[in-house]
Design a protein around this ligand. Structure first.
Ligand code: NCD
Length: 306
């Protein structure tokens, strides 16, 4: 039985197969409409989510399966003091697969150690968010036609943003990828990612503060929100929250075929005027998230469709 804790749990070849499957689902949704009839997905969300939870639920429903779960720790037995391990042992008796989001780094990993059903990490603290990464990879491959030889700018909260941490690890495995990290000093990408992933793999990267300085170089601009819930004090958040605001004036500096991505939710970091720019890909990204989660559920449940 397989779980998904990190995007690196899949080899590059397995990822290709998963993205191919997601592409087939996009083209022929009817072929998959009953592939999970009678199966159940549990969504165990100890932290707020709109997109990820609903995307998992839509994915399972599109496959003909059923869903149940909770959307906050307060509405689960965690409020009574139940451990994640006990909860997952119990959920294993009810469901065939589960997606877990938790504010503590490593909680889904703890669950997977005692679970008798596949566990999907749907975001653990500031650590990883592998299904957002699968979404991002499918978006990039669909819109840019490749995952290699790209210059990707990641902008905003690179310290706490788990989507950034997972995406960098995943893209670092493809040839010719260059990373440009755009952040204020306080929100730089963590040292362990620079050392263990980038320097260890001799992957080119640079760190800058001004988005305007690098805009013309980028094939992809990945914007992120400042992660308010991970700050130790509100004053720091208020000082940093509007550090970047992408607007049409800045977009004029970018390549004609650059794409703008964002895991969402957006706060102020992308002005709504940018939504009408054909290069804004963040809402299309949401749709790719459903296809890729359908492909992931089928893969982990070992459902094969001819
Ligand atoms: C992201 C997350 O939860 O890390 N949201 C999402 O799942 N699409 C990004 C964020 O909350 O900023």
């Amino acid at each position: 039985m397989r779980h998904l804790m990190s995007p690196l749990d899949f080899s590059v070849e397995e990822l290709d197969q998963l993205l191919d499957l997601a592409g087939d689902i996009e083209r022929h949704p009817e072929k998959y409409a009953h592939t999970c009839d009678g199966k159940k997905l549990a969504t165990l969300f100890y932290e707020p989510s709109t997109r990820t939870r609903l995307s998992f639920e839509a994915a399972m429903m599109n496959l003909g399966g059923n869903i149940f779960g909770f959307s906050s720790a307060a509405s689960s037995s965690a409020a009574k003091g139940e451990s994640v391990s006990d909860t997952i042992r119990m959920v294993s008796c009810y469901a065939d697969i589960c997606a877990m989001r938790h504010p503590k780094e490593g909680a889904p990993m703890v669950a997977s150690a005692v679970s008798s059903i596949p566990v999907i990490n749907a975001g653990d603290g500031g650590h990883q968010h592998p299904t957002q990464t699968l979404t991002d990879l499918l978006t990039i491959r669909s819109l840019k036609g490749r995952l290699d030889h790209l210059v990707i700018g990641l902008c905003g909260d690179l310290k706490f943003g788990r989507t950034v941490h997972s995406l960098v690890r995943a893209l670092a495995r493809y040839a010719g990828v260059t990373f440009i990290f755009i952040s204020p000093e306080e929100l730089k990408v963590p040292g362990y990612i620079k050392e263990d992933v980038l320097e260890a793999g001799q992957i080119p990267y640079k760190e800058v503060e001004r988005i305007e300085d690098v805009m013309p170089e980028l094939d992809i601009l990945y914007m992120t929100r400042v992660q308010r819930e991970r700050f130790f004090n509100e004053e720091d958040y208020i000082r940093l929250k509007d550090f970047y605001i992408l607007n049409n004036k800045k977009m004029r500096l970018a390549k004609e075929d650059m794409i703008v991505m964002h895991p969402l939710p957006r706060v102020n970091e992308i002005a709504v005027e940018v939504d009408n720019d054909p290069r804004a890909a963040y809402f299309r990204q949401v749709q790719y998230g459903v296809y890729v989660r359908m492909a992931l559920i089928l893969t982990l449940l070992e459902v094969h469709v001819c």
